[in-house]
Design a protein around this ligand. Structure first.
Ligand code: ADP
Length: 324
């Protein structure tokens, strides 16, 4: 909805409130007038014996009552219009905020989609213009294009996940959380190996304690956190994942000895498309943590982060535990 459309909606709602008030006031005023007129005739019959004078007094007093009711109604209507106009502003404020966020998200998403597309387009155009394009040059362009296609694929998958997060047909099942953690560590161990990062998993949890979760979402949640820990840790560092059941919560910690998150960046890391300055050298869409947080809250869990620049970061995820 555009800005002026909100204004039109406000005016429409105010008109609607006013019409309701007019109907209510008319009914109320007619009843009030009838009651007052009845009382007036009763007391006039008792106190004024002369019928002509009585009629004149009743007529004049009825006129005054009519005028007073009309004045009261006008005042109330005026108040309804003013108050209604301001109340509609308050009513529409959350919708306006949601629309603003959605528009911002769409703008950011299209910006992110445009960048790899522009890189591919320029690369291909420049190569096509070159008369002496060698097989090696062509391979370089194709490799570059493939990198951008991978980025676009990751981005579209992430966007899909975000929109899926709003759907209600997600299936939940009993999941033994260490299985998910083990699986994601297996998926990521090659990337850790390339960077010579020590990747470990430790912890213990009773086999009858499980999480009611969506397998895909939990996988994605821990993949994102462990992947980030590896990506933002310099070669030769350490990433450790540990888990424990405390009371009615599964607590999973993902710690790294990486670049850390600054105090300025901290409040923004869960925002879609946010990337801290010290992480721009790596590839990423800035959507991972936003998706992770929305998955965790869909599982009625919580996510927290502690970090120190150049020392490391620890993400902690807490999820409700169920017993079989
Ligand atoms: P991406 O990793 O694709 O940039 P994310 O949403 O996963 O996007 O993360 C947002 C930002 O949070 C990252 O760009 C990075 O600046 C910061 N961040 C996330 N995890 C870590 C970590 N383990 N260590 C340091 N910075 C991190």
């Amino acid at each position: 909805m555009r800005r002026d459309e909100f204004f039109v909606t406000r005016v429409r709602l105010t008109i609607f409130y006013t019409i309701l008030a007019v109907v209510f006031l008319c009914a109320f005023s007619i009843v009030l007038y009838e009651i007052l007129l009845g009382r007036l005739s009763e007391s006039a019959t008792e106190t004024i014996l002369d019928p002509t004078i009585r009629m004149i007094v009743i007529g004049k007093t009825a006129d005054i009552i009519q005028n007073l009711i009309f004045l009261g109604d006008t005042l109330v209507l005026f108040l309804v219009i003013i108050v209604g106009f301001f109340l509609t502003k308050k009513t529409l404020a959350p919708i306006k905020e949601t629309v603003r966020k959605q528009n911002r998200f769409i703008a950011d998403a299209s910006h992110e989609l445009r960048t790899p597309l522009a890189v591919m387009k320029t690369g291909i155009e420049v190569s096509l213009r070159r008369k002496d394009l060698s097989a090696e040059n062509a391979r370089e362009v194709l490799a570059e294009t493939l990198k951008e296609v991978s980025l676009l694929t990751e981005l579209s998958n992430n966007l899909l996940s975000i929109s899926k997060g709003h759907l209600s047909d997600i299936t939940f099942e009993k999941i033994y959380l260490p299985d998910v953690l083990y699986r994601e560590i297996e998926r990521l161990k090659n990337i850790a190996e390339i960077k010579n990062i020590k990747l470990t998993l430790s912890g213990s949890a009773p086999t009858d304690k499980f999480v009611m979760g969506n397998d895909f979402m939990l996988s994605q949640t821990f993949y994102n956190l462990i992947h980030n820990a590896i990506v933002y840790t310099p070669d030769g560092g350490e990433v450790s994942v540990d888990y424990v059941v405390v009371g009615d919560r599964y607590i999973v910690g993902i710690s790294d000895t990486g670049i850390g998150i600054s105090k300025e960046a901290m409040p923004h890391i869960f925002e879609p498309f946010y990337r801290a300055d010290n992480s721009r050298a790596t590839n990423g869409s800035g959507l991972g943590l936003s998706i992770t947080r929305s998955h965790v809250s869909l599982h009625l869990g919580a996510i927290a982060v502690k970090s120190e620049v150049d020392k490391g970061t620890k993400f902690t995820v807490a999820l409700p535990v169920f017993s079989s």
